[in-house]
Structures are given as structure tokens and as C-alpha cells.
Design a protein around this ligand. Sequence first.
Ligand SMILES: Cc1cc2nc3c(=O)[nH]c(=O)nc-3n(C[C@H](O)[C@H](O)[C@H](O)COP(=O)(O)O)c2cc1C
Length: 316
Amino acid sequence: MNLMQKLKSDEPVLALAPLAGYTDMAFRHVVKQLEVDVTISEMISSDALIQNSKKTVKMIKKAKNETPYIVQIAGNKIEKIRQAVTILNDIPGIDGIDLNCGCPAKKVFHHGSGSRLLEDLPKLENMLATIKKHSNKTYLSAKTRIGIDSKIGADIIKACQNGGADFVSVHGRTKAGGYKSKVDYDHIALMKQLSNIPIIANGDITSHSIAKKVLDITRADGLMIGRGAVVAPWIFYQIKNDTKIVTKAQKQTIILKHFDNMIELYGEYATVLFRKYLHSYSKGYDGSAVFRQQANQTNDNDKMKAIVEQFFKEQT
Ligand SMILES: Cc1cc2nc3c(=O)[nH]c(=O)nc-3n(C[C@H](O)[C@H](O)[C@H](O)COP(=O)(O)O)c2cc1C
């Protein structure tokens, strides 16, 4: 089944949310082995892509097992978005393009990108239509919030549909709601009801049971998980297999696999970059403060591996 067939089936599609600074190729590779259906790159600025920034080109690279793989772009000018799409057209292995219509970060918003696009829905529609017209990729999607200050989900869905999006991922907060306000799953449900295209629900899905609740309320065609996956990448496996159980041995294997991927991608810098993940992986475990201290004190990949092996061996 391809992604659209899955989105139209009874089984919910599971998507890894793009998290700049976290969901790089090393992380996506691991999550893909844990039964996620679709992965999305970190946000790529259309300006940076056009300028052929080396860092940006590296951020687009996909893992071997990562199909379908979607690249997310952000931008404020239709012509630059068109140019970015033309560049992506020449990169094989990308299955779709997602337009960022939700980022609330000051820098992005003031640039006129991300959630700022929700201020001018005809422009948003036009941007999507431009991608649709010029892209040679299979899928076009939008990732949005439910408004800037007020909740305008119905209008957003209309613009996305008219722009030719194949599906829409909805983070159930306004831009003003940041990352901590209550997620409005009822508003996502309303958008789903009004939509002719599949909807993926996003926001604060941090466990197998919350996933069930969100599906129940929203009737969405899929679930997108970000921060919950950084704490527990196995959450996709748990939802897919309807189980809460992930053994200690399974967790250790996943975490070490993630670190190996980081070493492959970043070489000697892997240890420094891996620390932020270890902070969330070790949350709630006895001895995590000492473990973090040890992890913070080493810059050596082999030593880090030994510390990780030891710590997660002891956990239950
Ligand atoms: C550190 C961080 C980075 C993020 N980067 C992106 C991004 O690059 N593109 C995007 O569309 N959303 C981004 N988001 C938003 C998430 O994709 C997601 O919509 C949000 O975190 C809510 O879902 P969650 O509760 O499952 O994390 C980011 C969020 C965080 C916390």
C-alpha cells in the first residue's frame, strides 16, 4: 500500500513530526525501524536551499530505509518556493514536499514564513498550488496549526484543499498557544469533518493510550508524534502493535543503534550531539542525574557507548 492508500484505509498512519535539531537522518533511521509509516525532514528554508547551503543539503539526505520520505520547506515568497521545488526535483528519493505553515518561532514568523502564512490564506493556497504545479514528487502536504490567534481551521482546510494538498497534518494549537497550551483535539475533529483530504492529528501524543484517545476524538486518518518520540522512539511500535510493553533489552538496542547512526553521520562530534537525546531517554530512571553528568563529561564516542550500555543495562 502506498501512503495515500494507507491514509484512506482504516488503520491510522503514523508519522514522525519534523523537529528541527532532533529528527535528523540518524534519528529518522531508527524510528523507521520502529514501524513509523512516514518521516519528514527538519524544516528546510527555501532561501537556504536556493543558496545551496552545505548544511541544508546535508539536512535533506535520507536514510536507506526511509520511504516514503517527505522534505519540509519553509518560505515567504512564491517565486523562491518555486525555485526550491525545482532544486528538490533533481534530488532522487524524496517522495513528497511538505509546506511549513505552523512554525511559531519569532525569526520564522517575522520573516513571513511558517505560521505567518495563516495570516494570508489566498497566498498559502497559491504557494501550495505552485508546489503542486512544479514538483515532480508524489505527495504534497501542509503542516499547520489551527490559526495565529483565533481558531480558523475550516478556512485553513479549504485553502489547503484548493491548493492541491494531498493531506494535511494539524498541530491542534494556535501560534499564540506556543507549545504548552491545551491541544484542541475537537478543533482537529471539526477540520477532519469538513475535509475532503486526509488529516493527520498532532500535538501532545505521548503514549499509546493518548494516541487512542486522540484517534477517538478526532477520527483523524493518522497521528503525528514529535516530542513524545524523542523521549520514547518506540512509541510507534507500541501504537502499531497495541502494546505498552517494550523490554529493557529492546530499549538498549534502540538507543545504541541510534548512537551508531549518529557516529556514522557526525563522526567525532556524535557524543556531544547525542547528549540531548540521552537526557530525554534517561528521564524518570533511577540514577539518571549521575548518568547525565557522566555523559556530559565525555567527548569520546567509545566511552559514551560504554556509559550508555551500562546505564540502560541496569534499568527495568
Ligand atoms: C524543538 C522543536 C522543533 C520543531 N521543529 C519543527 C519543524 O522543523 N517543522 C515543523 O513543522 N514543526 C516543528 N516543530 C513542531 C512539531 O513538529 C510538532 O508540531 C509540535 O512539537 C507538536 O507535536 P508534539 O507534541 O508531538 O511534539 C518543532 C517542535 C519542537 C519542540
